[in-house]
Design a protein around this ligand. Structure first.
Ligand SMILES: *Cc1c(COP(=O)(O)O)cnc(C)c1O
Ligand SMILES: [Zn+2]
Length: 429
């Protein structure tokens, strides 16, 4: 059952083969070697990352539409037990796809949408990936849910574990936004702050995963299952557009998994005949203070040289992104571009999104919109093509980035005179 390279939890070895829906095995993304479904994440032959393989079922649009109003409507396309919707999960997904006409007008675009993943239970897209990781981990016999995190993942893991009634251990860099640390602690798991960067925290997590065989580190030792959760972003965008694919989709990049899986989601829907197989282009967005994938794209490289992050977009601050090379593949194959923007443009775009559409996204949302503006200016994004921007998190978690905007004029006395004296004859702003 177990391979030489990946530890198997004791409980897992004694169990029947895992019930993970239509998933049939794992295969190496580098050399194609397959292995059975299990707690494996590295290829036994070449140490390459593993990917879930399926025998995809026949599905109908109406079957999906009559499913639960959360990501489990796509359970047949995920490595989860068939009864997942009846289990205690945080029920993420099926977030709003918002038609952004005001923003489109401001940018000179024709048809623009925001996929607003603030609507998830802990206010970021991470609830999607954690839900799949937890379901698979439970099925594989793990008993503790753990992760290294840049903040949002910690929130999602702690909440999902609380709801499922299992223990959680999350590790975060000590210099994270205070809001994100508070939001993790409140769910009651073990919260470990580490004096180091995310990449240091990630290394520690890998060592701990070797020590504690019953701990599922969602983005380390059950990563192949975790990553599949991001496909639901692609599925939902297509369903919410009326069962068709957008021409362009713009996705933030931290590890690069979200971008890769949005593309995979579109591809699965097309191959199942659920959407017309029209071409789509995938664009990637990074912060200039942590832009290793953008740099590799610009240089024409296939591999990503790690960097030391220095940006306000902490949720995207992964200096050594595991899926960077695969994100490069997807973007090049579909004819997109990867670019980056600096902290000032990030904040400016957070404000633009809020002021045009009433959507207060986190710094990651500012990165994505900032890159859209940059690519439009450079003529690299088609303003006439239907475009979806992913807003992956909530501005309330990164308030510090915009606190200067709250430094307005001093308060007035509660009288008409005082109001008129200050604001008469001009727009209140
Ligand atoms: C983690 C995260 C991302 C990107 O995730 P990857 O799959 O690692 O690229 C994007 N936005 C937010 C808000 C995140 O927390
Ligand atoms: Zn391999």
């Amino acid at each position: 059952m177990s391979t030489a390279t990946t530890p198997t939890p004791e409980a897992g070895t004694a169990r029947r083969s895992p019930r993970l829906g239509h998933a049939v095995g794992l295969s190496c993304r580098e050399c194609g070697t397959s292995c059975g479904l299990g707690p494996h994440y590295a290829c036994a032959a070449c140490f390459g990352p593993l990917e879930v393989r399926y025998r995809l079922p026949r599905l109908s649009r109406s079957g999906i539409e009559s499913g639960p109003p959360n990501m489990w409507r796509y359970a047949p396309l995920l490595p989860v037990p068939p009864d997942i919707a009846a289990r205690p999960t945080t029920e993420p997904g099926y977030t709003r796809l918002v038609r952004a006409d005001n923003l489109a007008r401001a940018l000179g675009m024709r048809r623009l949408w925001i996929k607003d993943d603030r609507g998830n239970p802990t206010h970021s897209f991470k609830d999607r990936v954690v839900a799949v990781a937890l379901a698979a981990a439970t099925e594989l016999g793990f008993t503790v849910l753990a992760c290294p995190s840049t903040g949002n993942l910690a929130n999602a893991v702690a909440a999902a574990a609380a709801r499922a009634g299992i223990r959680s251990v999350v590790l975060v860099p000590a210099d994270l936004e205070p809001q994100k640390i508070i939001l993790t602690g409140v769910y009651g798991g073990t919260l470990v702050t580490v004096d180091g960067s995310y990449d240091d925290v990630n290394r520690l997590a890998s060592e701990l995963a070797g020590e504690h065989e019953d701990w599922a580190f969602v983005n380390v030792n059950v990563r192949p299952f975790y990553a599949e959760g991001s496909k639901t972003l692609g599925f939902e965008i297509a369903e919410q557009l009326g069962w068709r694919l957008p021409d362009q989709v713009v996705v933030p990049i931290a590890s690069g998994a979200q971008l890769v899986k949005v593309d995979k989601g579109f591809g699965e829907l097309a191959s199942l005949g659920l959407v017309p197989a029209t071409p789509w282009r995938v664009f990637g967005a990074q912060a200039s203070g942590c832009a290793p994938v953008s740099a590799a794209f610009a240089a024409g490289h296939d591999t990503v040289r790690p960097v030391r992050p220095e940006t306000i977009a902490k949720s995207l601050a992964i200096g050594d992104p595991a899926d960077g090379p695969y994100a490069l593949d997807v973007v090049r194959r579909t004819g997109g571009v990867i670019a980056d923007v600096g902290d000032r443009e990030i904040v400016d775009s957070m404000r633009l999104l809020a002021a045009t559409e009433g959507i207060f996204g986190e710094t990651a949302g500012g990165v994505t919109l900032g890159v859209v503006r940059k690519l439009l200016a450079a003529g690299q994004l088609d303003p006439g093509a239907e475009t979806v921007i992913i807003n992956s998190g909530d501005g309330l978690k990164t308030l510090d980035a915009v606190t200067a905007a709250a430094d307005g004029p001093p308060p007035i006395k509660p009288t008409l005179e005082a109001f008129t004296e200050r604001y008469a004859g001009r727009t209140v702003s």
